[in-house]
Design a protein around this ligand. Structure first.
Ligand code: AP5
Length: 219
């Protein structure tokens, strides 16, 4: 079955972790707007400079920029076999733009999966997160440590804390999530697409629950 899903959830809920696992399990394309912006920042492109000025403050990058990026990515050939949207949409205008784009492409969403995690767990996850500065892979000092402390298992790169994982910025990101993104639950519930999945268990258990909520057989 082709999956075309949105992962919804606060910063640190495990969207990136689960999107990667779901993409491996289903063959769907993983599209993460946060990763796309961080890559542009690493490459110091004009998009990267613009995105950084918002990300460092925990604010959202403007809708027109974000929608343009996703439109371009989802219109490519490798998205035809399904996709997992991680971190998009995050506002009502983004959700409406996604609806329009997918109806143009004739590929509607199959589900919106909400990762439900209590606030204190979110803070523990973000404060312990480390990312590889070379390839962007995520780790957690306690829950998902690398084989050698501070070194990426995949590429040997250095593991660092994300700039926007500082306490002040995390607080702002959570406020922005509640104000702009949480209302999308109702938006998708009204369309019969929303499935809420408890996501505070082990990553492999969360993946199983998400696959089952997405209607993937054998999950
Ligand atoms: P983005 O990168 O999307 O950040 P986010 O939504 O805040 O989400 P995170 O990446 O912080 O967390 P996650 O849910 O992916 O959790 P993860 O799997 O890493 O966006 C960053 C910024 O970019 C935004 O603030 C904004 O400025 C901009 N941006 C992006 N998209 C945008 C858009 N659409 N519009 C406008 N601006 C946009 O897990 C967290 C940690 O927990 C990890 O260390 C992980 O190892 C650990 N963990 C995961 N699962 C488990 C588990 N089950 N048990 C224990 N630990 C776990």
């Amino acid at each position: 079955m082709t999956v075309r899903v949105v992962l919804l959830g606060p910063p640190g809920a495990g969207k990136g972790t689960q999107a990667e696992r779901l993409a491996r399990a289903t063959g769907a394309l993983h599209v993460a707007t946060g990763d796309m912006f961080r890559q542009a920042v690493r490459e110091a492109t004009p998009l990267g400079r613009l995105a950084k000025s918002f990300m460092d403050r925990g604010e959202l990058v403007p809708d027109d920029v974000t929608v343009g990026l996703v439109r371009e990515r989802l219109s490519q050939e490798d998205a035809a076999g399904g996709f997992i949207l991680d971190g998009f949409p995050r506002t009502r205008p983004q959700a409406e733009a996604l609806d329009r784009l997918l109806s143009e492409l004739g590929r509607p969403l199959t589900a919106v999966l909400e990762l439900a995690v209590p606030d204190d767990e979110v803070v523990r996850r973000l404060s312990g997160r480390r990312v590889c500065e070379a390839c962007g892979r995520n780790y957690h000092v306690e829950f998902d440590p690398p084989a050698r402390p501070g070194v990426c298992d995949a590429c040997g790169g250095r593991l660092v804390q994300r700039d926007d994982d500082r306490e002040e910025t995390v607080r702002r990101r959570l406020e922005v999530y509640r104000r702009d993104t949480l209302p999308l639950r109702d938006f998708y519930a009204r369309r019969g697409l929303l499935r809420s999945v408890p996501a505070s268990g082990r990553p492999e258990d969360v993946t199983r629950a998400l696959l089952s909520a997405a209607g993937v057989e054998g999950a």
